[in-house]
Design a protein around this ligand. Structure first.
Ligand code: NDP
Ligand code: GDR
Length: 378
């Protein structure tokens, strides 16, 4: 039985990857951080009581900032493959916590690679490093491929740049099977609620059901190459199954503005929006409501009036330095890995909106019953 160790198993990608590897027959070890509340929601459906026989999934307390626990766990688990997905992954938050971000995302990568080397596992253990399209930052060329120069634009991206190069260096210096997956944005129904796509799909569902009045966003002009996380974890696995360790761009090859994503999400619920105004004064206003569609979705809300502003800009969501345009060229992955995404953007939006509608319907039920429902708008 192959053994995998996933750092960041409680995150979006960690959860999908764990499910994928378990289906392939792997024994999966995962690192989780201690938190004051349970933080395993995304993998609860995979969880096995450690007292069970025939165990396939085991969680270990650790942290990417804690070398000794990483060394101990890698020694105990002797993994064939390590997927280093753990990170402080929010670009905007990295401007607030730059030092911690550098420690976890940059030096954390070194700690994993160095543990493998110290334990004499360089010939046994393959390492996947979660690199990112944020490395391209300030646009040098489009579409962005494995040979496009990097120009990181946030403490997060700078930390990931270190992670990228230390992975290349360990591959070359110690002949390790260590690879970077340069993944472009990928989303899903279990995407963190403060990333823009999930913030939008959740708000669209809440506004449709009357649990929220407005959605406040930052830069609506940013362009992103959005794919589905389910497709992207498959690429991570394929990258480690190659004969030679190499780095790969994983992307859809299509880019879309944030504003258009908003429009698509609301349209999925039968609410048509029009945007007017510029920069901080831009607004998204309801210009049509498809009542048949609302009925079909079980949505009853008398307050969805034409002319109502439901989207506004709040400059607090702007970043000190922005990444304006990401558009990936996945040719190498498609040719060498045989990787091809199953989801396009409309299918991704549909998946996310319907999942959030379902979740928000539960909130509505509670709210109608007089229970308090928390609304976090970050
Ligand atoms: P998430 O933010 O959903 O998950 C991050 C995971 O890392 C969580 O399990 C989190 O734990 C864990 N974590 C954070 N800090 C530490 C730490 N110091 N020690 C141990 N664990 C820690 O991210 P995604 O799943 O979206 O992304 C996975 C990886 O891929 C990240 O490295 C991200 O930077 C990178 N990436 C993501 C892309 C995307 O579009 N999703 C694109 C390109 C790269 P907890 O649950 O306790 O918070
Ligand atoms: P990103 O994702 O920074 O690309 O990083 P995010 O969804 O946070 O932002 C995408 C774009 O949307 C703009 N934006 C907003 N973003 C957020 N979060 N909230 C808002 O209200 C808002 N309004 C507009 C942003 O300015 C940005 O241009 C993600 C993370 O998963 C990283 O870990 C990963 O490396 C990259 O994708 C690839």
């Amino acid at each position: 039985m192959k053994v995998a160790l996933i750092t960041g198993i409680t995150g979006q990608d960690g959860a999908y990857l764990a499910e994928f590897l378990l289906k392939k027959g792997y024994f999966v070890h995962g690192l989780k951080r201690r938190s004051s509340l349970f933080n395993t929601d995304r993998i609860d459906h995979l969880y096995q009581d450690p007292h069970e026989e025939n165990l396939h999934l085991k969680l270990h307390y650790s942290d990417l900032t804690d070398s000794t626990s990483l060394i101990r766990i890698i020694q105990e688990t002797q993994p064939d493959e390590i997927y280093n997905l753990a990170a402080m992954s929010h670009v905007k938050v990295s401007f607030d916590t730059p030092e911690y971000t550098a420690n976890a995302d940059g030096i954390g990568t070194l700690r994993i690679l160095e543990a493998v080397r110290l334990l004499g596992l360089t010939k046994k253990t393959k390492v996947y490093q979660a690199a990112t399209s944020e490395l391209y930052g300030l646009v040098q060329a489009v579409p962005q491929s494995e040979t496009t120069p990097f120009y990181p634009r946030s403490p997060y991206a700078v930390a990931k740049l270190y992670g990228y190069w230390i992975t290349v260096n360990y591959r070359e210096a110690y002949d390790m099977f260590a690879c970077n997956g340069i993944l472009f944005n990928h989303e899903s129904p279990i995407r963190g609620e403060t990333f823009v796509t999930r913030k939008i799909t959740r708000a669209a569902a809440k506004i449709a059901l009357g649990l929220q009045d407005k959605l406040y966003l930052g830069n609506l002009d940013a362009q992103r190459d959005w794919g589905h996380a389910k497709d992207y974890v498959e690429a991570m696995y394929l990258i480690l199954q190659q004969e030679k360790p190499e780095d790969f761009v994983i992307a859809t090859g299509v880019t879309t503005r944030v504003r258009e994503f908003v429009r698509m999400a609301f349209a999925e619920l039968g609410i048509e929006l029009e945007f007017s105004g510029k920069a901080e004064n831009e607004k998204g206003v309801i210009i049509n409501v498809d009542h048949e569609r609302l009925e079909e979705l079980g949505i009853k809300n008398e307050n969805l009036h034409l002319g109502t502003t439901v989207v506004k800009v709040d400059p607090k969501y702007y970043r000190p330095t922005e990444v304006d345009l990401l558009l990936g060229d996945p040719t190498k992955a498609m040719t060498k890995l045989g990787w091809k995404p199953k989801y396009d953007l409309p299918a991704l939006v549909k998946d996310m909106v319907h999942s959030d509608l379902h979740l928000v319907q539960k909130d509505k039920y509670l709210a109608d019953g007089g229970f308090k429902v928390m609304n976090y708008f970050e």
